[in-house]
Design a protein around this ligand. Structure first.
Ligand code: AMP
Ligand code: MN
Ligand code: MN
Ligand code: MN
Length: 280
């Protein structure tokens, strides 16, 4: 019998906008028989040490990861770093800049919400966030708490996306900077959920070309909750551009019944998996 190794290389903890602590996340991944888990919090690696401690004594491998916010041609793109050295200074400096931008943006989001009659959003969002990272999900939790919307998804649609009252256009890292921080920290740069940006085929091709020119080596082919056709399309795209393929659930919370740690469709056989040269 062939025993398949279960890889989940994209998920979030309370160190960004996930709702489980790193230790609780690791426990859940173990319950779900994940063999190799990458913790990839947005714009920070603060959860990694606790996650590494939590896997001690188990058979699971924890990969130090991060999901970096990038602005490319006016669009927000997420770049995953896998196997990064979290002590790398350039990486940490870059991430610190992004988190400081997050604070500035949060003040701006609160100001805009205030104009539409919603007060106290900054402090309200802060309550839901860790010390290190403030994101739109934390605002969404506050808005649900205050009865402005019935779900997180609903808040995003009504308040936090383009043309809505609390929207602030992103001003994140450049693509080249993000890929360089990851690569110089010994990591592999991977384009997160490429289908979610709703780019035309031409633009996606340009993104991938710029990404490769900067030193990027992989893209996610398999994500949580995805149409099988999309996986096939992404697998072909990865091969066309000679990128390795990654897979990750993008798990944030047990409240989302559609996305679970380690519950992913299989990687198409035509793909070269990003873990092909990993030694663990
Ligand atoms: P931020 O990086 O602070 O702008 O927030 C982006 C995060 O918001 C994503 O990583 C998701 O966790 C979350 N998010 C984005 N769109 C939605 C949505 N429609 N419903 C729920 N969560 C969302
Ligand atoms: Mn998120
Ligand atoms: Mn993302
Ligand atoms: Mn993510």
């Amino acid at each position: 019998m062939v025993v398949m190794t279960c890889y989940d290389l994209h998920c979030h903890s309370t160190a960004s906008d996930g709702s489980l602590s790193p230790a609780a996340l690791v426990a859940r991944a173990l319950d779900n028989e994940v063999d190799v888990l990458a913790l990839t919090d947005h714009d920070g690696t603060e959860g990694i040490v606790a996650a590494q401690q939590a896997v001690q004594g188990s058979d699971m491998t924890l990969i130090a990861g991060v999901e970096i916010s990038v602005t490319w041609n006016g669009a927000t793109i997420h770049i995953i770093g896998l196997n990064v050295d979290i002590e790398n200074q350039n990486l940490q400096q870059g991430l610190a800049t992004l988190r400081s931008y997050r604070s500035t943006r949060a003040v701006e989001i609160a100001k805009r919400l205030e104009k539409s009659g919603i007060t106290g959003a900054y402090d309200g969002a802060r309550k839901y966030a860790s010390e290190v990272m403030l994101g739109r999900v934390h605002f969404a939790k506050f808005l649900v708490e205050q009865g402005h919307a019935k779900s997180i998804n609903d808040v995003f649609k009504r308040y936090l996306v383009r043309n809505k009252p609390g929207y602030v256009p992103g001003d994140w890292a450049t693509l080249a900077d993000a890929v360089t921080w990851i690569t110089e920290a010994g990591g592999q740069a991977v384009i997160a959920h490429p289908a979610r940006y709703k780019l035309t085929a031409t633009k996606l091709g340009r993104l991938i070309t710029d990404f490769k020119n900067a030193g990027g080596v992989g893209m996610e082919v398999v994500s949580g909750r995805q149409h099988p056709e999309e996986i096939k399309t992404l697998a072909r795209l990865a091969n066309k551009f000679e990128l390795m393929a990654s897979c990750g659930s993008d798990f944030h919370t047990p409240d989302n019944n559609w996305i679970e740690l380690g519950r992913l469709q299989p990687m198409p056989e035509i793909c070269t998996p990003i873990w092909q040269n990993w030694t663990q």
